[in-house]
Ligand binder design. Structure first.
Ligand SMILES: [Zn+2]
Length: 428
């Protein structure tokens, strides 16, 4: 048989970047048998995509096995496209509830005012089968139902085909017996040495303290069941609505560590939308562990793991080296103190030098000043001399002028004498 997960989320569908790896659609598992029969467990929101896929494949005959009637397991049913195809056949297998038949319960999903389309509008050929714990066959699959320990009851299933077996138990509280449910030991017996067990692991131990009696198990209890039943592979389903991809990765790590400590060969999967497992004579193979986006998430996860390992190594390294580091630190402290005292000495010397420098500058300044005043004095003396010279020169000039004037006057007189003599001569 080939098992494909179309939805592994519990309680309510979710979407967002924190849910890309494991998906947000609620419970829906598809089984394709050797005989070619198509069996679907639960019609959570995941069945919408499966219905579209079956229509594309032209596969119009399917068998839907319901575990119980809570919203997250039935909400996708009215959106299952083959229901509106006249050539399709849909066989519904489910437990009845408080005297209401399977057909009534299915019709209720289409009742006004909760859904616009009437149950009568379904075009596919519908057949209804009420389940108890009697085993039955669908093609090559031998199917054994078992009561769930859950509020409002429910059934789980064991599928056997050619010596391989697969148990699906969701919404099953392993450590709390609800009316009609079984005890832990009875579930251990039911799962004894099966090849694959998919079980509800919605809660952590811490969560469970607040939600005991709500009808779900801790992943630790699911793991315990798998170990006690000696199953070969365990897939955890019904992921809590708020559990991010990272948190589910951490849960998976936690489970793997627990298994390693117990020296068990149990393989564990955190079921994700798109995961495909094939069970045949050769055993179980994981055909499609994840989609493209999920591959990316895995790479991120691998990086995160190597970062964690590095941090651990660094931590260990830190512990080993701390004494050495402290020694180095102490040495550095001493060196630092020495350096500080050297700096103080240097600073003092510098201050002294500065004082000296200032003094010498002042000396130079005063010597300059005296030189300047001497120069000034010299200039003054020279100026005085020059003034004196100027005065004497002026006086000389004055004297020369007077001399010239007297010479000119004498010359004028001589000329007039000569002129008179000439006139006298001319008159004769
Ligand atoms: Zn549920």
């Amino acid at each position: 048989m080939k098992i494909k997960c179309w939805g592994a989320r519990g309680s309510i569908a979710v979407s967002g970047k924190e849910f890309l790896k494991y998906g947000g659609d609620t419970t829906c598992i598809e089984i394709n048998s050797k005989s070619g029969d198509n069996v679907i467990i639960d019609a959570g929101t995941g069945i919408r995509g499966l219905g579209d896929f079956l229509m594309l494949k032209g596969k119009v005959s399917s068998n839907i096995l319901f575990t119980h009637w809570h919203w997250d397991h039935v909400l996708g049913f009215p959106f299952y496209k083959p229901l509106y195809h006249p050539d399709a056949q849909v066989s519904v297998f489910a437990p009845s509830f408080e005297g209401r038949s399977v057909k009534e319960l299915i019709a209720g999903l289409f009742s006004s005012p909760y859904f616009p389309m009437a149950f009568e509008n379904i075009e596919a050929e519908l057949t209804f089968h009420t389940l108890n714990t009697e085993p039955f066959w669908i093609g090559s699959l031998y199917i054994t139902p078992i009561a769930l320990s859950h509020p409002n009851g429910g059934v789980g299933y064991k599928f056997t085909e050619q010596g391989r077996s697969f148990v699906f138990l969701t919404d099953n509280e392993l450590t709390f017996k609800h009316p009609g449910g079984l005890n832990f030991q009875e579930y251990v017996a039911f799962c004894d040495k099966v090849d694959l067990l998919l079980h509800d692991g919605e809660y952590s131990k811490e969560d469970y303290q607040k939600v005991k009696g709500w009808g779900h198990s801790t992943y630790f209890d699911a793991l315990n069941l798998a170990l006690r039943s000696e199953v070969k592979k365990l897939g955890i389903v019904h992921h809590n609505q708020g559990r991010s991809d990272d948190e589910l990765d951490e849960i998976l790590d936690d489970c793997k560590n627990t298994v390693a400590k117990q020296n068990s060969a149990l393989d564990i999967y955190m079921m994700s939308k798109g995961m495909v497992l094939t069970m045949d004579e050769g055993g179980i193979t994981l055909d499609a562990p994840c989609s493209g986006i999920e591959k990316e998430s895995n790479e991120i996860r691998a990086l995160r793991q190597s970062k964690k390992a590095l941090e651990k190594t660094l931590q260990r390294f830190g512990v080993e080296k701390s004494h050495e580091i402290q020694k180095v630190l102490a040495q550095s402290g001493q060196e630092l103190a020495q350096l500080k005292s050297t700096i103080t000495v240097l600073r003092e010397e510098l201050e002294k030098m500065e004082t000296k420098k200032i003094r010498s500058v002042q000396e130079i300044k005063s010597s300059y000043n005296s030189e300047i005043s001497q120069l000034k004095e010299t200039i003054e003396v020279q100026r005085e001399k020059m003034t004196e010279n100027m005065i004497s020169y002026k006086e000389k000039l004055q004297i020369n002028r007077q001399n010239m004037f007297s010479e000119i006057t004498q010359l004028k007189e001589t000329i007039s004498v000569i002129r008179k003599k000439i006139e006298q001569t001319d008159g004769k």
